[in-house]
Design a protein around this ligand. Structure first.
Ligand SMILES: *Cc1c(COP(=O)(O)O)cnc(C)c1O
Length: 238
């Protein structure tokens, strides 16, 4: 068994323990394997261990990987999540290649993703990225802006709103992590009450360093890179 496969087994059992500890139903948290900067072979190793959902941060790198796997390993039926910042001039390749986008943070991006989604593909599954920790994190919209953006997304034919995502400030203590994650969970609850017609089933929160707190607060998708694939080497990236 490769080390990537061992890491996936270990993370899967950590997720399962965390669920058990706080009394959540087993299998209610999905594992998104964050493969940015990692080669196709690493993704293939993970896929052969049963991993299906992969997250990418950089548009060109992500598009290359999606294309490679749909050409050479379409039988694996991988699901691709875009989780990096999006510039409005890069929305087209994202709309054309990915299944999910976690980082929708303004009307213009939502509008363009919907306009550019090819009609033969299912709607793009999207999350609104929220800044729950004020100045310490640079990306995502303020909590009070979420309702207006959600209302817009509801009118866009080629997007399906599935929930919220956040990257809270990197703090080591469990109580502060839990506090930030609970804020996002409560916001999703209010949004669900405002939009009972939507099936908001996704809270994308928790990374290698704060996964347990995220799961206690109600995460349904943890985004794990380093703990699966090892440290990233950014020096080799152009
Ligand atoms: C890189 C990244 C991750 C994974 O981080 P690790 O610390 O390597 O687990 C998760 N979410 C986002 C948005 C990222 O950019």
């Amino acid at each position: 068994m490769s080390s990537i496969q061992q890491n996936i087994e270990q993370i899967t059992s950590q997720i399962s323990n965390a669920q058990q500890k706080c009394g959540r139903v087993q299998e209610s948290v999905q594992l998104l394997a964050v493969s940015k900067t990692k080669p196709n072979q690493a993704i293939l190793d993970a896929a052969l261990a049963g991993q299906i959902q992969f997250g990418e941060n950089y548009v060109q790198e992500g598009v290359d990987k999606v294309s490679y796997f749909s050409e050479h390993h379409s039988n694996l039926a991988l699901e691709w999540h875009f989780i990096g910042p999006i510039q409005s001039n890069k929305t087209r390749p994202v709309a054309e290649h990915f299944d999910w986008v976690h980082t929708v943070d303004r009307a213009k991006i939502a509008q363009r993703l919907s306009d550019q989604r090819p009609s033969q593909l299912p709607p793009l599954q999207v999350l609104i990225q929220v800044n729950t920790s004020g100045e310490s994190s640079k990306s995502g919209i303020e909590e009070h802006q979420v309702f207006e953006l959600a209302a817009l997304i509801c009118t866009l034919p080629n997007l399906t709103l599935r929930g919220l995502m956040s990257i809270p400030a990197d703090v080591p203590d469990y109580a502060s992590q839990l506090h930030a994650f609970k804020q996002l969970a409560e916001l999703k609850q209010s949004l669900s009450e405002r939009h009972p017609e939507l099936n908001l089933d996704t809270l994308s929160m928790g990374m290698s360093g704060d996964m347990e707190a995220a799961i206690e607060a109600g995460s349904t998708m943890v985004r794990i890179g380093t703990a699966i694939f090892g440290a990233r080497d950014y020096a080799s990236k152009a």
